[in-house]
Design a protein around this ligand. Structure first.
Ligand code: OGA
Ligand code: NI
Length: 347
C-alpha cells in the first residue's frame, strides 16, 4: 500500500450533498469527455445478459457439480461476470444488510463526515480514490471497511456507530459471503484444471485471505447523460460478490465494444473475476471492465465484497497454465504492490 500520501489533493465534496442541493446543472468536475459518456459507447441490441448459475448442488460437494464447473468456466472466459442463485447467503440477511446501509447513508452528512476517509488507507466515508488533482470525478459516494484477516481489520473508530446493528450485521454477512467465496475458489480452481485448493493456497490459505467491503451510494443526478456514477474499471482483487438492488439498475459490463446492462435477479448475487484471478489463471479467466450509470429518478446502493490474496504474498500465473504456446503473461507481484500501482490511475 502506498502510504506516502495521507490527504486528498483538493477538498472532497460528497456527491450526496451536491445532489440534495437541488442544482439543475452539475459542476464541470463531474462532466466526462464526450467519448466516455454513457450513450456514446452503448450498443444495446445484443441483450443476452450475463449467465445466471444455480449453485444448489454446491452446498455439500464442489467436485460433484460438473455442470456448475462447466458453466462457471464458460462465464469466466466469456464475460468475467455471472450471477448466482441458491448461493447459500440468506435472502433475509441480504435484505437486512441493504436496509442497514441505506439507513446509514440517509443520516445527515455531518454525521457521516466524522468517518471521512483519506488516501492513506481509504477506510471510512469517501467520494474518490485517486490522488491526482483536477481529474473528472465519479457521481458516487462510498464507505470502505477492511473485514479480514483480523490483523488488518478496520479499527473501531472507522465503524459507524449508527445504526447500532450495522457492525454485527456486516460481520454476519461477511461470514456467509466468505463461505461462498471459498467455494467459488474451489470451483474456479477445478474449472482451470488445477487442484481443487490451488487458488486458495495461492492466495495464502483461508485464514490469510483478504476481505473488504465497499458500499456504494449513488445519489440521483440531474444530468445522468454527462456523468458516470463509477468510471470503467476492473476490480484489482480476486473475486467480487456484488449485492445490488434489483429494482434500480446501473451496472454495465464490457463485451467487446458494447456495454451490456446487468439486471440483477431478485435474490441473486453478481460475481466477477478480479485482476488477481486473471493473473493466477494466466489470463484464461478475464477480469472484465465494468462501469455504473447514474440516473435521475432513483438513488442506488450496492455492496461490493472483495475477496483478495494475502497482502504480502507474490501472486503470479499458475505453473500448469504456463506453456511454450502460452508463456507467462505476468510477473509475480504482491497484492500490496499491485494495489499501490493501480491506485495511481484511479479517480
Ligand atoms: C465496485 C463496482 C458496481 C456497482 O464497487 O467495484 O464495480 O454496481 N460496483 O456498484
Ligand atoms: Ni468494480
Amino acid at each position: 500500500m502506498d502510504c506516502s500520501q495521507d490527504s486528498w489533493p483538493e477538498p472532497v465534496v460528497n456527491v450526496q450533498s451536491l445532489s440534495e442541493s437541488g442544482l439543475s446543472t452539475i459542476p464541470d468536475q463531474y462532466i466526462k469527455p464526450p467519448s466516455e459518456r454513457p450513450s456514446m459507447q452503448t450498443s444495446e441490441h445484443n441483450q443476452q445478459g450475463i449467465p445466471i448459475i444455480d449453485l444448489s448442488c454446491l452446498i455439500d460437494d464442489v467436485a460433484r457439480c460438473p455442470a456448475i464447473v462447466q458453466a462457471v468456466s464458460a462465464a469466466c472466459q466469456e464475460w468475467g461476470f455471472f450471477q448466482v442463485v441458491n448461493h447459500g447467503v440468506s435472502e433475509e440477511l441480504m435484505d437486512r444488510m441493504q436496509e442497514t446501509w441505506r439507513t446509514f447513508f440517509q443520516l445527515p452528512i455531518n454525521v457521516k463526515q466524522a468517518y471521512a476517509n483519506s488516501p492513506k488507507t481509504y477506510e471510512g466515508y469517501g467520494s474518490r480514490l485517486g490522488i491526482k488533482k483536477g481529474v473528472i470525478l465519479d457521481w458516487g459516494d462510498y464507505y470502505l471497511l477492511r473485514l479480514m484477516p483480523a490483523s488488518v481489520r478496520s479499527h473501531e473508530r472507522h465503524w459507524p456507530t449508527q445504526p447500532c446493528s450495522l457492525r454485527e450485521i456486516t460481520y454476519e454477512y461477511e461470514k456467509e459471503v466468505a463461505k461462498l467465496c471459498r467455494k467459488l475458489m474451489k470451483v474456479l480452481s477445478i474449472s482451470l484444471g488445477l487442484h481443487v485448493d490451488y487458488l486458495q493456497n495461492a492466495f495464502g490459505g483461508e485464514a490469510s485471505a483478504g476481505e473488504s467491503l465497499r458500499v456504494n451510494y449513488y445519489p440521483k443526478c440531474p444530468q445522468p447523460e454527462l456523468v458516470l456514477a463509477r468510471s470503467a474499471h476492473t476490480d484489482i482483487n480476486g473475486i467480487t460478490v456484488l449485492l445490488a438492488d434489483h429494482r434500480v439498475g446501473g451496472l454495465q459490463v464490457r463485451k467487446g465494444d458494447a456495454w451490456i446492462t446487468v439486471q440483477p435477479s431478485p435474490g441473486a448475487l453478481v460475481i466477477n473475476i478480479g485482476d488477481q484471478i486473471q493473473i493466477s489463471s494466466n489470463s484464461v479467466f478475464k477480469s472484465v471492465e465494468h462501469r455504473v450509470l447514474a440516473n435521475s429518478a432513483d438513488e442506488r446502493i450496492s455492496l461490493a465484497f472483495f475477496y483478495s490474496p494475502q497482502n504480502d504474498l507474490p501472486v503470479g500465473p499458475a505453473e500448469e497454465l504456463v506453456t511454450p504456446e502460452r508463456p507467462a503473461l505476468y510477473l509475480p507481484m504482491t497484492y500490496d504492490e499491485y494495489r499501490a500501482y493501480k491506485l495511481k490511475e484511479r479517480v
